[in-house]
Design a protein around this ligand. Structure first.
Ligand SMILES: Nc1ncnc2c1ncn2[C@@H]1O[C@H](COP(=O)(O)OP(=O)(O)OP(=O)(O)O)[C@@H](O)[C@H]1O
Ligand SMILES: [Mg+2]
Length: 253
């Protein structure tokens, strides 16, 4: 026959409460004169804390982020064209609750991916599933799934993510078929799920990217209907140190 000590350990193990199981003995040894409710309060809160941090870590691993950076890592003084209050408002995650989009536009190295990931990490901290992909990888995946007759399944899978980040639209032009698939993706999320898009091209150039002005206006219409657009105008952060360390320019004779 098991005694109560063994039974409690057995229950905790079968309930998957591994943190509480590992700390209960030592904690009870040091706190026998404390009220039972206080003891339970401490043990259960430790269990929950570890469960949440494990879940967050899993969500971060599944998100596909190419790196992990937060808004605190972002030097706003280097990029004065960004209105900090707009980013702070996005950090409240209201746009996700309202199924709105965000678009970051700007030249290379100005922080489009950094800020997208920072917003993605903020969402994950609030238990919102996020998935990051480059635009190229997205259309390649959609095309493969279309060929395998499982496009609908793929789009349904993406809809599980309340926030998706589609990075680097416009680095490579899309074929007609790819544009069509991209349109279907945008349509599937319209007013249902939030998406952050980034691009180094202005909206007027999206016709060239998508190979068709009509397609571009249908895509932009849906993306921009409920959307915060952040147009970053500034220098590349990547070149910041290179500039600082570069040799003085040669004087012309
Ligand atoms: N203002 C900033 N403060 C701190 N780090 C920054 C800032 N802007 C950019 N960075 C860093 O510089 C690098 C380039 O930024 P990022 O990848 O976000 O650029 P991008 O706008 O996405 O460029 P690309 O169009 O080439 O993809 C990253 O390591 C990012 O963390
Ligand atoms: Mg980028």
């Amino acid at each position: 026959m098991m005694d109560s000590y063994e039974r409690v350990h057995e229950y905790l193990s079968r309930l998957g409460m591994s943190t509480m199981e590992s700390i209960i003995d030592s904690y009870l040894e040091t706190s026998h004169d404390r009220p039972v409710m206080d003891i339970l309060d401490h043990l259960l809160s430790e269990e929950l804390k570890h469960k949440l941090s494990r879940k967050t870590e899993n969500m971060l691993n599944w998100s596909g982020f190419p790196f992990r950076k937060t808004v605190d890592d972002f030097d706003f003084s280097f990029q004065p064209s960004i209105d900090r209050s707009v980013i702070d408002d996005l950090m409240t995650l209201r746009y996700i609750h309202n199924t709105e989009n965000v678009v970051f536009l700007g030249p290379p190295g100005v922080g489009k991916t950094h800020l997208s990931i920072a917003l993605g990490m903020r969402a994950i901290m609030s238990d919102i599933p996020v998935y990051y992909t480059s635009a190229m990888k997205l259309v390649q995946t959609l095309k493969r799934d279309y060929d395998l007759k499982r496009l609908e399944y793929r789009i349904k899978t993406y809809s599980r993510f309340r926030l998706m980040i589609v990075d680097e639209i416009g680095y490579l032009p899309l074929t007609r078929e790819e544009s069509n698939l991209f349109f279907q993706f945008v349509s599937s999320r319209y007013e249902k799920r939030s998406t952050i898009y980034t691009s180094n091209k202005s909206f007027s150039e999206w016709g060239e990217i998508l190979g068709d002005a009509v397609m571009a206006s249908a895509v932009l219409d849906r993306i921009l209907h409920h959307c915060t657009v952040i147009n970053i105008k500034g220098e590349s952060y990547r070149l910041k140190d290179r500039k600082k360390n570069s040799l003085p320019t040669m004087r012309k004779e």
